[in-house]
Design a protein around this ligand. Structure first.
Ligand code: UDP
Length: 219
């Protein structure tokens, strides 16, 4: 009985994470049949040559241990599924592309996905189930919470705090903070694609543009 591995989510992001997962297991000498998709909708089918199981079937398969990477961009969904997996003894699995650069004194929580060309420099702390999509970087002295999502090409400069569940859109640039005076992206905030963020963003706010400004909600 050997361990089983799954990419949870067989849609857009899951199909991008699967090849990374496959390659990571190949490097570790794990048999390819031990890897599958788990999805609550596409059950019973095959996606890009890989089996799709329901969560219940995945948990019922004989295995010495179960490892799952949550490949779903929506962070509240990730949090919900993470709790379900933890309750069933399914472990949060971290998937890292072969060409990712991680420098000194970096701590990353379980369940992360680091896509190709991601760079995490030095003295950085990152929480659970972080997604760093293609070409994103995190620079020195940043602290990132749980369930944070970076779309492709996010430039997160030094001394920035990003709280839980924040979403940073494609190509956003976040200005560096100062030691002891970080720039803070608040809990659940959304940074629009291409935004140039020059000051802290309140929790729950959506900011867009250059310089980024809070977008008022339409009533
Ligand atoms: N999904 C699931 N269980 C859930 C929520 C979502 O299996 O509780 C699956 C859903 O069926 C879909 C995928 O996760 O296949 C999410 O895909 P979507 O295109 O919404 O997001 P993305 O792939 O862009 O993150």
């Amino acid at each position: 009985n050997s361990p089983l591995f799954a990419v949870y989510g067989a849609s857009g992001y899951g199909r991008e994470v699967m090849p990374l997962a496959r390659e990571q297991l190949r490097r570790q000498g794990v048999a390819p049949e031990r890897l599958m998709f788990v999805d609550d909708a596409a059950v019973g089918s095959t996606v890009n040559g890989q089996r799709v199981l329901s969560y219940a079937d995945f948990v019922a398969e004989p295995a010495s241990a179960r490892h799952v990477v949550l490949a779903i961009a929506n962070s509240p969904v990730r949090e919900h599924l993470a709790a379900r997996c933890a309750a069933d003894g399914v472990r949060a699995w971290t998937v890292v592309a072969g060409n990712v650069v991680v420098m000194d004194a970096v701590e990353i929580g379980d369940g992360a996905v680091l896509s190709p060309f991601v760079t995490i420099t030095s003295n950085i702390r990152i929480g659970r189930h972080f997604h760093a999509n293609l070409y994103s970087y995190v620079a020195h002295d940043c602290v990132i919470g749980d369930f944070v999502t970076f779309a492709p090409g996010v430039k997160c400069n030094g001394n920035i705090i990003i709280e839980d569940h924040a979403y940073i859109g494609t190509g956003a640039v976040i200005k560096q903070g100062k030691p002891g005076q970080p720039l803070v992206i608040g809990r659940g905030a959304v940074v629009g694609m291409g935004a140039v963020v020059t000051k802290s963003v309140p929790a729950g706010a959506t900011v867009v543009g250059n310089p980024a400004r809070v977008m008022e909600k339409a009533v």
